[in-house]
Design a protein around this ligand. Sequence first.
Ligand SMILES: Cc1cc2nc3c(=O)[nH]c(=O)nc-3n(C[C@H](O)[C@H](O)[C@H](O)COP(=O)(O)OP(=O)(O)OC[C@H]3O[C@@H](n4cnc5c(N)ncnc54)[C@H](O)[C@@H]3O)c2cc1C
Length: 411
Amino acid sequence: MSKINRREFLRQSLLATAGITFFSCEDDPPTEPWDDSPGALQGIGSPTKIVIIGAGLSGLVAGFELKRAGHDITILEARDRVGGRVLTLREPFSDGLIAEAGAARIPYNHDLTLGYADYFGLKIDSFYPDEGLYADYSGGVRTLIPPEEFLEDQPWSGSVLHSEYSKIIGGSDQLPKAFTESLMEEIYLNNPVKSIEQSQHKVIVKVMDNTEFPAKKVLCTVPIPVLKNITFNPPLSPEKIAAISGGYDYAPASRVFIQLNDRFWENEGLNGFANTDWPEEIWHPSWNRGKQKGILLSYLRSNRALENDQLSEINRIGQVLNRWENIFPGIQSHVDVGHSISWMDEKWSRGAWASPTQEQDELVGSYLGDPEGRIHFAGEHISEFHGWMQGALFSGLRAAQEIHNGNDIIV
Ligand SMILES: Cc1cc2nc3c(=O)[nH]c(=O)nc-3n(C[C@H](O)[C@H](O)[C@H](O)COP(=O)(O)OP(=O)(O)OC[C@H]3O[C@@H](n4cnc5c(N)ncnc54)[C@H](O)[C@@H]3O)c2cc1C
């Protein structure tokens, strides 16, 4: 099978044979006791001991559905929190204000993200306000855009309209936290995995303090740039090794947050959202919270993110404020506190999302989801939705179904 055909084959099989159930009102009633969630696994598998590496959305959804289907699961997470690249910041802000460091907006057609949010009873609101003027600062000129016009436009070519994005009220991290509620006993935080050794009958996963976790199956959801922290014995396939060794790119992205003591821009009829030709997106995540203070954030990508990452924290904040003085005159006199995050600098991510070239995608991308013996793989990078919670959920469910089906490939 040629690589392009193989990729198309994988794409089709992900969609058609993953066995993932998407319920709508017209579906038949559930037939299994665990069969009532947006991604419920199908069929009855024999209970298996499974270690999942990573408590991002792909690992959490897999753990959630595998546990409900009767398996014995353990989730090992390197960080001191769940959620991975879903990170809602509450500090250093005050007055209960929050801002998203990672996943923030949800397109109307991301059925798994919206489906699980609904399943857990999370409330959704529009991402963009339908009141107040949007600003654009390009070529040294500030232009004000009425909301009707802005909402019918797209943030980038190929995207859904601004009006078709929503967000989870209270923060995107409500979603990983909702999965976690029924996995309290199974999740071990602060436990970076350092090695995975498999033999014909079992796998031994070892964490930094040398504790061993034996399993029948392993699901690895670790992002490619940090997969090199884990030693595999026997080694991974040549394609996966090529990806880990720099053959599979991730995009840089950074955010700079400024809490302002007053939403002074509202005096001019602005809603706090803007675009610049730096380029950057400027968001006002607190627009629908009835507080006096507000947070504005700068969302930088590509080379602008990398340039920003070279600066000290104070200079990141200073550069943003200088630029924003042209859009929100007088901003410097309203600053409470500033903060920034670089996803390239994050020890357990080293990148914002998978962004392979077409060649990388063909050479190695289509192999990243292949199981290696008893080890299965998931994560947004193993999906058609790079850089979306939808991709993480989809890939986690696809791998969970694969494990549930029990199709071992013995090494
Ligand atoms: C800046 C930014 C903006 C985004 N915007 C949006 C958006 O608006 N909407 C949207 O839907 N999505 C968005 N996303 C994408 C979304 O956040 C991700 O696609 C999704 O969260 C990825 O989930 P994951 O499980 O694949 O990976 P991760 O969330 O990265 O989870 C992997 C987990 O593995 C852990 N780990 C790593 N190494 C080890 C180890 N050795 N041992 C144990 N654990 C380990 C990590 O700590 C992490 O918790 C954005 C992401 C970023 C960074």
